[in-house]
Design a protein around this ligand. Structure first.
Ligand code: GTP
Ligand code: MG
Length: 306
């Protein structure tokens, strides 16, 4: 995806151009994708209040006059209960062995827990600089924040601990500066106007999934997968045919809703977002299909891109 408008940022310059990779890791729902979007300045990763929203590794690119920062958003690390869960955890480990900086994210509005301790115990042996990012600071008071910062500092010898809010924008730039400082001297890695190397069809499928996640509960969010089957450009209009997969018939009726009302809502919400992404008019044709227990089935996982 390419950016629509030019970014003009003034930066102090030590004359060195830096470029490299950083990733955000952390337990599900810690705010990794929201932060990635805030830094890149455009929505490239979907977000939701449901844990385990992110299922792919998504690269977002920040361009500055003095640096290029390739941010890798990863799925939340968790104890896997399905084959999909195992695949997602493997993905995270693959990424963190390849980047220059790892930002371990801890949500300020929740106490440091077992998952956080587990993640912190795993990152020690890696070549990357490891920093801690305390996210969602807009949700807590000063005292709570101070407690969190202390608890985080006791987990691991982080190179830095940066509190941020992706929603208010507080300290987002400071976090970026920290990550850039740890990037190696390097030529530019991506052309000037590329914001992500994610294929358009994947971004579109993700926007549909994000829309479908709204208002569903319990196990259903995890059961939803989306595949764009076909895109046809007709003059000013793009026709998109997509399949929304669930795991059971009962889920299918929930997603469709009474006389299709829910599915219609999901479709029109997604369409608005897709039109914004493509900058073109979109006709979206959504079909709901059942892929029995796809999260545990290697063949179906492959079909769905995992
Ligand atoms: N108030 C507030 N909410 C935030 C902030 N950052 C993220 N959130 C919310 O936290 C929830 C989870 O955010 P995500 O960015 O999807 O979290 P994630 O870590 O990517 O989650 P997974 O992909 O499931 O691992 C969403 O409802 C966000 O709107 C923040 O800085 N402030
Ligand atoms: Mg995410």
């Amino acid at each position: 995806m390419r950016k629509h408008k030019a970014v003009t940022l003034e930066r102090r310059d030590d004359g060195i151009y830096r470029a490299g990779f950083a990733c955000f890791v952390g337990r599900p729902n810690a705010g990794k994708s929201t932060l990635t979007n805030a830094i890149v300045g455009q929505k490239i990763a979907i977000t939701s209040s449901k844990p385990q929203t992110t299922r792919h590794v998504i690269r977002g690119i920040l361009h500055r006059p003095d640096a290029q920062l390739v941010l890798v958003d990863t799925p939340g690390l968790h104890r896997p209960r399905t084959l999909l869960g195992e695949r997602l955890n493997d993905l995270v480990r693959e990424v963190w062995s390849e980047v220059d900086v790892i930002g371990v994210c801890f949500p300020a509005d929740e106490p440091v827990g077992r998952g956080d301790r587990f993640i912190s115990s795993e990152i020690g042996a890696l070549k990357a600089k490891v920093i801690a990012v305390v996210t969602k600071v807009d949700l807590v008071d000063q005292q709570t924040l101070a407690q969190r910062l202390l608890a985080v500092s006791e987990l691991y010898d982080f190179a830095e601990i940066v509190p941020v809010s992706a929603v208010s924008g507080h300290q987002v730039e400071a976090l970026t500066d920290v990550m850039v400082r740890y990037m190696p001297e390097s030529p530019q890695l991506y052309p000037d106007d590329v914001l992500t190397d994610e294929p358009e069809q994947v971004l579109i499928a993700e926007l549909i999934r994000e829309s479908a996640l709204e208002g569903v509960r319990d196990e259903l969010p995890h059961s939803i997968a989306v595949l764009v089957e076909e895109m046809l450009v007709e003059g000013n209009l793009t026709r998109i045919f997509a399949d929304l997969y669930v795991e059971r018939d009962s889920q299918k009726s929930i997603v469709i809703g009474t006389r299709g009302a829910r599915l219609k809502e999901v479709g029109s919400r997604a369409r608005v977002e897709i039109e914004q992404l493509l900058g073109r008019k979109v006709y979206l044709d959504l079909h709901v299909r059942v892929a029995k227990e796809w999260q545990r089935d290697p063949r179906q996982l492959r079909k769905l891109g995992f």
